[in-house]
Design a protein around this ligand. Structure first.
Ligand code: FAD
Length: 432
């Protein structure tokens, strides 16, 4: 057994890792009496891919079929988005929805029902999945889709590996004319102006804002909105840029309030309003340029707290959250704001209409206390916390935020998942 944690590196626990090379081996593992959880590239931040027994999916990484005329691709679930994109981008295709890291597996992305900067228009990745081949807890292998085993399909998209093991995924990609992006930046001097900028640019295909969570009123919540469109002309190439690696655990004091204040002021000042052209990789995956950036937070690791709140009252909740962060003197190194469109029918899918803020906090008692307070505000406002980023949510808040959890449990019982697929997270959240 070796110690294992999520990307945030808090609370590593001993894990026995099983390796499967094909569907039959997966089916055998799925029936082991002690139960297990699938693990992709471990980019979920907390303990959703951590259990006493995990099955490593990375080895199942092949392409199964590809139709360059329709953009329908099928692959084994352990294929990384990076490998998938390196194959399809030069042929003029891209993911319909992508998270902010390409070093995640296709199966892991479906299990988290990931969203991108285009959720307000295109929903989650699961909404573009045509079918999933799955391995159930009784060893049976089934195909689930929006029309076949539709309840299993919906529960699996966002189901955090708790309904069964995704063996392979059939996905509809989107055509692109170029591997470049047309990007425009808009500076907003405070939170209200930033939310207004989102509303004004609601028609843009991609939008995301960097937010200065450390500047006090009257600049509270100032930020830079970046909107993007696929360029209509230009090269079609997949060129991985040079990456740097954080060589060791940084001393946590390095990322204290003075440095963050200076960094945020510099980031805001250097954001030149206006348009430019950027390659796909730096636009969609800026953090991937720094390998092992999770070491920046030191040996104790960090938490990402990502929540969504409905549009009515969102400004008040966001303002209160930013004030609480500053009062508690718990500086987040990163704060990213996005606008969401409507929720889908997947019972544990995170997005719902409103605004989502993601905050990175170095692990500390003060950060934990702050997040416990924020949980109450978020859930009282009708919002919820993203499970793939979570390492500490309570069962009470989970049930409040995901009211369809009982329907989810019923699907798990129907498809033999109970007692077979569980993670440290699912146990903490009170799931069977
Ligand atoms: C820098 C960075 C940026 C990110 N940006 C975004 C973003 O913009 N939007 C967003 O939505 N997410 C984002 N994420 C989160 C990330 O996309 C998800 O956590 C994703 O699930 C990670 O995939 P993985 O292969 O690493 O899965 P893991 O972390 O290994 O597992 C995540 C979950 O998927 C389950 N799982 C994995 N493989 C399978 C399988 N084959 N069958 C069944 N279940 C499986 C696991 O059991 C676990 O519950 C980001 C993460 C990072 C590190």
């Amino acid at each position: 057994m070796t110690p294992c944690s999520g990307w945030g590196r808090v609370n590593p626990r001993p894990v026995h890792t099983h390796v499967a090379r094909d569907g039959q081996a997966l089916a055998a593992l799925a029936q082991l009496p002690h139960g297990l959880i699938a693990r992709g590239l471990g980019r979920s931040y907390g303990d959703s891919a951590v259990a006493d027994h995990v099955v490593a999916m990375q080895g199942l990484d092949w392409l199964q079929s590809w139709d360059p005329t329709t953009g329908v691709l099928a692959c084994a679930a352990g294929l990384s988005l990076d490998a998938l994109l390196a194959f399809v981008v030069p042929q003029g295709w891209f993911l319909p929805v992508t998270p902010g890291s390409r070093f995640v597996t296709v199966g892991g992305a479906v299990a988290s029902d990931v969203h991108g900067k285009n959720h307000h228009l295109h929903g989650t990745l699961g909404q573009h999945v045509l079918a999933l081949d799955m391995c159930l807890g009784n060893g049976e292998r089934v195909t689930a889709s929006p029309t076949a085993h539709a309840d299993l399909f919906a529960a699996t998209c966002g189901g955090m590996g708790l309904t069964g093991i995704i063996e392979s995924v059939r996905l509809q990609l989107q055509p692109v004319a170029s591997s470049q992006m047309q990007v425009t930046q808009h500076r907003a001097p405070h939170l209200e102006a930033l939310l207004e900028a989102f509303a004004v640019h609601a028609h843009a295909t991609y939008s995301v804002a960097w937010l200065d969570a450390w500047s006090p009123a009257p600049r509270l919540g100032r930020g830079v909105l970046m909107v993007g469109e696929h360029a209509a002309t230009g090269p079609l190439q997949w060129r991985a840029p040079r990456t740097w690696t954080v060589p060791f655990d940084m001393p946590p004091a390095l990322l204290g309030a003075p440095l963050l204040r200076a960094f945020n002021a510099w980031t805001y000042a250097r954001a030149r309003p206006g348009a430019g052209v950027q390659d796909l990789i730096p636009y969609f995956y800026p953090l991937d340029a720094l390998a092992q950036w999770n070491r920046l937070y030191g040996r104790r690791g960090f938490y990402q707290y990502q929540f969504v709140v409905p549009p009515e009252g969102a400004a008040a909740v966001l303002r209160r959250v930013l004030q609480a962060i500053q009062e508690a003197r718990v500086p987040p190194l990163l704060a990213v704001l996005k606008a969401f469109g409507p929720a889908n029918a997947h019972p544990l899918s995170f997005p719902m209409a409103g605004y989502t803020l993601a905050l990175d906090f170095a692990a500390s008692e003060a950060a934990l206390a702050l997040m416990n307070t924020l949980d109450d505000w978020v859930h009282n406002a009708g919002g919820r916390v993203y499970l793939t980023k979570d390492a500490r949510l309570s069962a009470r808040h989970f049930r409040q935020g995901y009211p369809q959890w009982e329907a989810f449990e019923a699907v798990r019982a129907k498809y033999h998942a109970v007692g077979r697929f569980a993670s440290h997270q699912s146990r903490r959240l009170g799931l069977a």
